[in-house]
Ligand binder design. Structure first.
Ligand code: EPU
Length: 302
């Protein structure tokens, strides 16, 4: 979708918003799949309500993009524009055991920055790709650590009021890969409380997690991490693996040889290929085990 209304184009610079016309979502997602649309890069949280108001008044549909690491997007010209936050400078500010982090900050960089300042706890999250906001919205987790455990406050844009609000940690429910945020909430910044820990000790934990991940996950290939949530008491990866589905593919969408819950774009997979692979694997798991797998990856169909 193109933004052509002169009224909007003229006002964007005043709101600190950069317009990148006809941007490819394939380039902005870790799966490398997705069509094109205009991208609005938002530098100042403060102006987000005004920008959204403007888009609504002109009837321009929009979606919000984080780090693009858990996202499968339709091909072709997309029927909405994209909004994406640009991290502030600095993107992280520390105050004792508290870290004030921009939602647009990279999660891995945040973990290492805090580690260098002797703040630990997040070692398990080190290899999780994406932004702090994305990790927060879906309560990302790995190796026994979940993002939600550290959250004390969240600054969020709320669609019903059109305003920026600050929520206390206790007001938010964090479950397995799920939170009580509304679908149209936009994460802006978060206050984390992290335990004091000596840097060398944190680095040890980070190395262990990195090694485990390298040994079991297809690092460096185009994926969206795990495609399905684990069903209660079981591992989706193991179930898919036991059915002999590693390497099973639809076009260039392929079940990873390394971890069966990672689906890889091994070249020029389309969104339809990936959706067909997801449907086929889900059906095989359903018919063999009677288990209904739920997607963890977020799908944007056009
Ligand atoms: N397994 C297999 N074959 C496979 C994959 C796994 O037999 O192809 C077995 C493993 O040997 C192990 C068990 O299944 O005994 C569990 O595997 P793993 O330790 O890799 O963990 P997982 O449950 O598959 C979860 C998260 C990952 C996270 C890891 C590490 C989900 C859906 N996945 O995977 O998160 O990195 O634990 O903590 O909760 C993600 O959310 O995108 C993600 C990758």
């Amino acid at each position: 979708m193109r933004i052509e209304q002169p009224r909007i184009v003229a006002v964007l610079p005043e709101l600190g918003v950069e317009l990148r016309a006809e941007t490819s979502l394939a380039a902005l997602t870790s799966l490398g799949i997705g069509g094109t649309t205009d991208l609005l890069r938002v530098r100042k949280h403060l102006f987000l309500p005004q920008l959204i108001q403007l888009l609504k008044s002109e009837g321009i549909p929009f979606r919000f993009l984080g780090g693009g690491s858990n996202l499968l997007v339709a091909n072709g010209e997309l029927p909405w524009v994209m909004l994406q936050l640009v991290a502030g400078d600095p993107e992280i500010r520390l105050e004792g055991n508290y870290a004030f982090v921009d939602a647009a900050a990279d999660l891995g960089r945040t973990v290492t920055f805090c580690a260098k300042n002797n703040l630990g706890g997040m070692e398990g999250l080190i290899g999780v790709p994406g932004t702090v906001g994305g990790a927060l919205r879906m309560n990302a987790g790995a190796y026994g650590t979940q993002m939600g455990s550290f959250v004390r406050e969240v600054k969020v844009y709320r669609a019903p009021t059109g305003e920026i609000e600050t929520l206390r940690g206790e007001e938010i429910r964090f479950d397995y890969r799920h939170t009580s945020f509304a679908a149209d909430d936009i994460m802006l910044a978060v206050k984390l409380e992290l335990p004091s820990k000596a840097y060398p000790e944190i680095v040890k934990g980070i190395r262990i997690c990195n090694e485990k991940r390298r040994a079991s996950q297809p690092i460096g290939q185009k994926s969206a991490g795990c495609i399905f949530k684990n069903p209660p008491g079981a591992s989706a990866g193991r179930l898919i693996d036991e059915l002999g589905l590693k390497g099973f593919h639809v076009g260039d969408a392929c079940v990873s040889d390394r971890h069966a819950n990672f689906f890889i774009n091994r070249g020029t997979s389309s969104c339809a290929d990936m959706l067909a692979l997801i449907a086929a694997v889900r059906e095989k798991v359903r018919s063999n085990y009677g288990v209904e797998l739920e997607e963890e990856v977020v799908v944007w169909r056009a």
